[in-house]
Design a protein around this ligand. Structure first.
Ligand code: NGO
Length: 524
């Protein structure tokens, strides 16, 4: 009797173990597109209950051929090849592609998705991404990418099934400017590090990268007509690090790399303050004609260009002409913040004249909110970071605002008081605080019509490398990206944090050094 019972028990155990193994080895194919965790959240998603399987026979078809389409198809194939190990042949077609394909079209999108939006139609037979522009197709690809298992982000071949939930997505952004800023002046970052940042921001449909290229502690962009800026002024950074700078070829390489990912570079030369590196490199730019020592501390507001000297404007003109010549994007950022040692009566005409110089190069100026103390040229954008009064002045002049309120969007702030790196002057900003705000209701008098977009600045006084940058940017930056993309009416922190928690696997697969905030239900 006892032996019989034992045998029965052992058989039961074996059956349970086999069943368990079976279930854990074959994950169910996803069928509900509305349950996917897409960041930024799309405008509308409907499911059809089907699944599309990606396999070794899947090819990428483009509807007709153009340089843009070919590049976009190549980008997509490059994204999918490493982890799947499949070929993803790219084929041009004028007719409907065969079953099992991915189809890219620049002719069939709804007009309502605009310049940057897309339609993603998935059935069990076909994935079709349509858009009115290459940027829209690129955005559709980022969404498609997030529907695939997180392993798609791995660099080596993974032996898993690549199934995605089917249905339709119609999607387009709220704001046309969705930015990130990287300060390469306080601590220099290499070309490779900047490219990595571009890769990461473009996953979340961020389309501008503002590079803070000069400050008291270093000048980071080669200017052929003023070579000492980098030869001397590029050799320091905060602390005892070696500094560094981008040659013009390297800068152009960054611009091209970004453009391929539909990211526009916005170069900033900060002035008239934050200029010690330039002042140390050329004595004639100083009011007293004497060059100060290079500076490697963290103070702000102690330097100024000589606003009364003509040579200063020759300098600015030549610098901006060279930079404009390498920058296809429409904007040049002129800084303008914290010019505490420039008299207000000098600061105002200076900023007005600098906007004219930028206009002569064919570009439009962006400046920190202080620039609205003076008259803004038509088109000039003020970047709201600290003074609501300055931002209000800009609005009163009819200017658009780029929203970077420090207490929400400064991702160089610590998450809590124990965070190893970061500042606290604008408060501690955990993931909820960075996400849970609306640019159109933050300040009275600033509404939707006054806003061009949103940007998350990453200042680098406390960080020295891209891994630290990742730690401060992730996971706050995807939240800022969502503010820029998704209508406020469909956003809520409680729903977002669950979606974000599901991105842990992706962060890991992308080797992102993220902060595992306790406020987020991470699923690893
Ligand atoms: C301020 C200041 C920067 C600092 C940053 C640190 C602006 C626009 N000017 O933001 O020089 O690096 O704070 O958080």
């Amino acid at each position: 009797m006892y032996i019989k019972k034992l045998t029965y028990h052992v058989i039961c155990c074996i059956i349970t173990a086999v069943l368990f193994l079976h279930v854990s080895c074959t994950t169910q194919p996803p069928t509900d597109l509305t349950k996917e965790n897409i960041i930024p959240k799309p405008v509308s998603v409907t499911a059809n209950g089907e699944t599309f399987p990606l396999n070794m026979n899947t090819s990428i078809y483009t509807q007709g051929s153009s340089e843009d389409l070919d590049k976009t198809a190549e980008y997509l194939a490059g994204l999918l090849r490493p982890a799947t190990g499949f070929d993803f042949e790219i084929i041009v077609t004028e007719t409907a592609p065969p079953k099992g394909s991915i189809f890219l079209s620049l002719s069939d999108a709804d007009a309502s998705v605009g310049d940057e939006g897309y339609n993603l139609e998935i059935t069990k037979k076909l994935v079709k991404i349509s858009a009115n522009s290459p940027a829209g197709l690129f955005n559709g690809i980022q969404t498609f990418r997030q529907l695939l298992p997180a392993e798609i982000e791995m660099k080596s071949k993974q032996n898993i099934e690549w199934n995605i939930a089917a249905g339709s997505i119609t999607d387009y952004p709220v704001y046309s400017y969705r930015g990130a800023m990287l300060d390469v002046a306080r601590h220099f970052m290499s070309v490779e590090e900047v490219k990595r940042y571009i890769d990461l921001i473009s996953v979340y449909k961020i389309n501008y990268l503002h590079l803070h290229l000069s400050d008291d502690q270093g000048w980071r962009i080669e200017i052929k007509s003023w070579p000492n800026l980098t030869e001397h002024g590029g050799q320091t950074e905060i602390g005892d690090g070696p500094g560094g700078f981008f040659t013009q070829e390297q800068y152009k390489d960054i611009v091209r790399y970004a453009a391929y990912r539909h990211v526009t570079i916005v170069p900033e030369i900060d002035m008239p303050g934050h200029t010690n590196a330039a002042l140390a490199s050329y004595p004639e730019l100083n009011a007293n004609g004497k060059a100060p020592e290079l500076y490697t501390g963290t103070r702000v507001g102690f330097s100024t260009l000589a606003t009364h000297k003509e040579i200063t404007y020759k300098f600015i003109k030549e610098v901006f002409t060279e930079i404009a010549g390498m920058t296809p994007g429409p904007y040049i950022h002129i800084g303008g913040d914290e010019s505490h040692v420039t008299k207000k009566e000098d600061y105002i005409p200076f900023v007005e004249r600098v906007q004219d110089i930028v206009a002569e190069t064919g570009k439009t100026s962006i400046g920190w909110d202080e620039i609205s103390l003076g008259t803004l040229r038509p088109g000039t954008i003020a970047q709201y970071w600290s003074s609501a009064e300055n931002a209000g002045n800009a609005v009163a002049q009819g200017a658009k605002l780029l929203m970077s309120p420090a207490s929400r969007a400064y991702i160089d702030m610590k998450y809590d008081t124990t965070t190893r790196i970061g500042y606290t002057w604008a408060g501690v900003i955990d993931v909820d605080k960075a996400y849970n705000w609306d640019p159109t209701t933050l300040e009275t008098g600033i509404g939707r019509d006054n806003i061009i977009g949103i940007e998350a600045p990453l200042w680098t006084e406390t960080i020295t490398n891209i891994k630290d940058a990742e730690f401060l940017a992730f996971p706050r930056l995807p939240g800022i990206a969502e503010i820029g993309w998704t209508p406020m009416s469909t956003r809520s922190w409680d729903e977002y944090k669950v979606r974000l928690g599901n991105h842990a696997k992706r962060f890991k697969a992308m080797d992102i050094n993220y902060y595992p905030s306790k406020l987020v239900p991470w699923i690893e």
